[in-house]
Design a protein around this ligand. Structure first.
Ligand code: RAM
Length: 364
């Protein structure tokens, strides 16, 4: 089914397209499993397609953005970055996506919709590493380039992953930030997003590994709670953590929705300033909690730049400047040159740590 002629036969009827889609879905579902389990490289390593770094960027393309959650301010900012870049490149942006932070099946339907609409590329932040694979492979077999950004799927289910920063760095630095604040002693907890989220789970894996270092021998991780990137649930989970673990000294929340809700809870409670909070948040969400002493320091990358890089990567893939293989390089407009790393990963750069001294310089 690779490189089927679907996109080159505009007169194909909707019914015929649906039939082909269903057949291809069945075919990919039956054939992929064994290879998928062992193949750790991106879909770029499938046969065919050679990068031509000198070819011109195509215009008039349509790139569909599918975030984890549409009404999450983090994704609003990220996708606006993608929209701006596509406008500059003479292409079109569209955004679809679920409103809940756990709606994996909703994401699968949106992938299928974008495939049926025959977009040129899609940029997807995956709610779950495996659940989207069949649908994404179907998109790629219809000559649609697939970029994941923010949260990855399995490497063979997309052409490239635009990563916000090294997962290892993000996981380890969040533990270091909190440990310094609690004097390397006491109980800590993690308040995450969805239990299936690839990005949060990768960071949590590195947090647990970091905690094995003997310098954290007096720090104990007592619970990982999940707020599903839902403000109310995250607030309640924070409350629950403190009820269950009254000696808790600190919380790491590696989600913009979670850290904001946790800060809101701590700020209005007797724990303000006593229970430390760090993680990943936007300066706009966290400014008042830094100023009122609830939060000392937290980190993030610039979401708009992440969206911009996802859009520029998608256009470079469609144009044939890159295929997603390790070692290929391309110029992402004013963002400069990027090299594709192992597993088809393109890394945005290093995150910024925000505190009372620098937070007013950032407006996202
Ligand atoms: C939330 C989402 C997103 C994550 C940020 C830090 O907005 O879970 O995937 O990257 O937090």
């Amino acid at each position: 089914m690779r490189k089927s002629s679907l996109r080159r036969t505009p007169r194909r009827t909707g019914a015929a397209l649906a039939a082909v889609t269903a057949l291809a879905l069945a075919a990919t579902a039956c054939s992929g499993t064994t290879k998928d389990d062992v193949d750790n490289e991106s879909a770029a390593n499938a046969p065919g397609g050679k990068a031509d770094p000198d070819t011109a960027l195509k215009k008039d393309l349509t790139v569909g953005f599918l975030p984890k959650q549409v009404n999450n301010p983090y994704f609003t900012t990220a996708d606006k970055g993608g929209e701006k870049a596509l406008r500059e490149l003479g292409s079109r942006f569209k955004e679809v996506g679920p409103s809940s932070g756990t709606d994996t099946s909703g994401q699968v339907s949106y992938v299928n919709t974008l495939t049926q609409q025959q977009v040129d590329a899609m940029a997807v932040s995956a709610q779950d590493p495996g659940a989207l694979c069949t649908a994404l492979k179907q998109a790629m077999s219809n000559d649609i380039k697939v970029v994941t950004y923010d949260s990855d799927t399995r490497p063979e289910c997309r052409n490239a992953f635009v990563s916000q920063a090294s997962s290892e760095d993000l996981g380890r630095t969040q533990v270091r930030l909190l440990a310094e604040q609690i004097g390397y002693r006491g109980e800590i907890a993690i308040l995450s997003a969805a239990q299936t989220a690839t990005n949060q789970n990768a960071w949590i894996g590195f947090m647990k590994d970091e905690l094995k270092d003997p310098k954290y021998q007096d720090v104990e991780l007592v619970k990982v709670a999940y707020g599903d990137d839902d403000a109310q649930k995250s607030f309640q989970q924070t409350q629950g953590l403190l009820q269950e673990h009254p000696k808790l000294k600190g919380i790491i929340s590696p989600t913009t929705v979670g850290i904001k809700a946790a800060a809101q809870y701590l700020s209005g409670s007797k724990y303000r300033g006593r229970v430390r909070l760090t993680g990943l948040g936007t300066p706009n969400d966290m400014r008042k909690y830094v100023k009122n002493g609830t939060v000392e320091a937290f980190e993030l990358w610039d979401p708009a730049k992440l969206g911009e890089l996802a859009a520029r990567t998608a256009v470079a893939l469609v144009s044939g400047q890159i295929t997603g293989k390790k070692g290929e390089t391309f110029t992402a407009g004013p963002m400069g040159e990027y090299t594709i790393g192992s597993g088809g990963v393109i890394s945005l750069g290093r995150p910024t740590v925000f505190d009372a001294k620098n937070i007013d310089r950032f407006t996202f």
